[in-house]
Ligand binder design. Structure first.
Ligand SMILES: Cc1cc2nc3c(=O)[nH]c(=O)nc-3n(C[C@H](O)[C@H](O)[C@H](O)COP(=O)(O)OP(=O)(O)OC[C@H]3O[C@@H](n4cnc5c(N)ncnc54)[C@H](O)[C@@H]3O)c2cc1C
Length: 379
């Protein structure tokens, strides 16, 4: 029978949340409940903050400040558990321990991974090229665009990639340049034949018409292959001048930790999990968000999927430790996606339904603000 506080703490099953991503927010809000139920909870994340992607492109236009766009995950963790600031390098399932980049180890009885996604490695980076991930880059893009204004320069922004993130960045950058009243040019380069590749034909036509009407130069069938000295080179030999590049060329699962640990990953690179979001190799390892491969499939890399996985992870990580039945996760078939254009309008897409206007933006702003309020905004 344990007598000292230290002995009692040593007997409490250890839940470790590896990465403070969107799929962990549900559990992070309940660390005090978990503690009351007898668990010891630890969050490991490189920063005390998680930047909320839904409002990130609004940071480019200045609709939101970077501080409005972040959630203090450290504070949530410390409401009932503890926080370790650090980056995970590997997991040792046989020892039930995470190893951090600085060599520290964090023991667990059950661990849930939510490490998100990253811009593909081959996407060239230099001082003037910013990937959309991590989303906190939005603040730097905003700063650069404002700085160009302050130095009275006509700014040329090249957005590479015409998916939802690229379209939002282009529209928000343009909104900022227009508000500043200085000249600026926004070019979008997209490798395929249209913007918003996976969306309905109506949504694709709507976004292209909108961006062109606003003055964005949309170049489809244009693959950028290199950057340097203010010029991007395309596969067919054209040169596109730029002051600043935003890379929105798609994101891939942050799978390095799993590969380095010998855990099975799916074709998309994410931790291979079953219906209950447990690793197919080890029942004490769970995962959610962009960094998993659900039953071997890559789900759309969207926060709405990560958020829906949150309650399943919360239930299952406790069930694993108590040997209770686990819940299955079913990805939603349809979901609402609203693009923010930074000019007070938005484009709502729900399956085949498409709707552009002020109401779409108001709806998005309302949903995002309400979501952030749940986590208490953030100082
Ligand atoms: C510009 C942009 C706009 C978007 N807009 C929307 C939108 O409007 N709606 C929507 O549904 N989706 C949107 N998305 C997609 C959304 O960002 C992702 O689907 C969502 O963030 C995935 O959440 P996650 O929980 O997997 O990871 P994330 O929320 O990305 O969090 C991962 C966390 O893990 C941490 N981490 C990473 N590596 C390590 C490590 N080795 N050790 C410890 N911690 C680590 C990171 O620092 C981070 O805190 C957008 C994406 C982009 C790029």
């Amino acid at each position: 029978m344990p007598t000292t506080a230290r002995e009692r703490a040593a007997q409490r099953p250890k839940i470790v949340l590896a990465g403070g991503g969107h799929a962990h927010l549900h559990t992070l809000r309940r660390t005090a409940d978990l503690s009351r139920r007898g668990f010891e909870v630890t969050l490991v994340n490189p920063s005390p903050y998680l930047y909320y992607s839904g409002m990130a492109t609004g940071v480019v236009s200045g609709v939101y400040t970077p501080e409005e766009d972040r959630i203090n995950v450290r504070r949530l963790a410390e409401a009932g558990g503890s926080f370790v600031e650090g980056r995970i390098r590997t997991v040792h399932p046989q020892d039930r321990a995470l190893v951090l980049e600085d060599g520290r180890t964090v023991p667990y009885d059950a661990v849930s991974f939510c490490l998100g996604s990253t811009t593909p490695r081959e996407a060239t980076r230099n001082d003037d090229v910013f990937p959309v991930k991590p989303v906190e880059n939005a603040a730097e893009v905003n700063r650069r665009l404002r700085h160009a204004r302050d130095s009275n320069r006509f700014v040329k922004l090249l957005v590479v990639g015409g998916g939802a993130a690229g379209c939002e960045v282009a529209a928000n950058a343009l909104a900022l340049l227009e508000r500043q009243g200085r000249g600026g040019e926004v070019i979008m380069a997209e490798r395929s034949g249209s913007l918003l590749g996976g969306a309905s034909a109506r949504a694709r036509r709507s976004i292209e018409a909108y961006l062109e009407r606003r003055g964005v130069r949309v170049l489809t069938n244009t693959e950028v292959v290199s950057y340097g000295s203010g010029r991007a080179r395309t596969a067919d030999g054209r040169l596109l001048p730029y002051d600043l590049v935003v890379l929105a060329v798609g994101i891939e699962a942050n799978g390095g930790v799993f590969r380095a640990s010998g855990l099975p990953v799916g074709p998309c690179g994410g931790l291979w999990v079953d219906r209950t979001l447990r690793s197919v190799a080890d029942g004490r390892i769970l995962g959610g968000g962009d960094g998993i491969s659900y039953r071997g499939l890559g789900l759309p890399k969207l926060g709405v999927f990560a958020i829906r996985q949150g309650p399943i992870l919360y239930h299952n990580i406790q069930a694993v430790l108590r040997d209770e039945p686990l819940r299955g996760y079913e990805p939603q078939k349809r979901f609402l996606y609203v693009l923010n254009f930074g000019d007070g309008t938005g484009l709502a897409v729900y399956g085949p339904l498409v709707w552009h206007g002020r109401l779409a933006w108001k709806l998005k702003n309302h949903i995002d603000r309400r979501f952030m309020a749940e986590y208490d905004g953030n100082p």
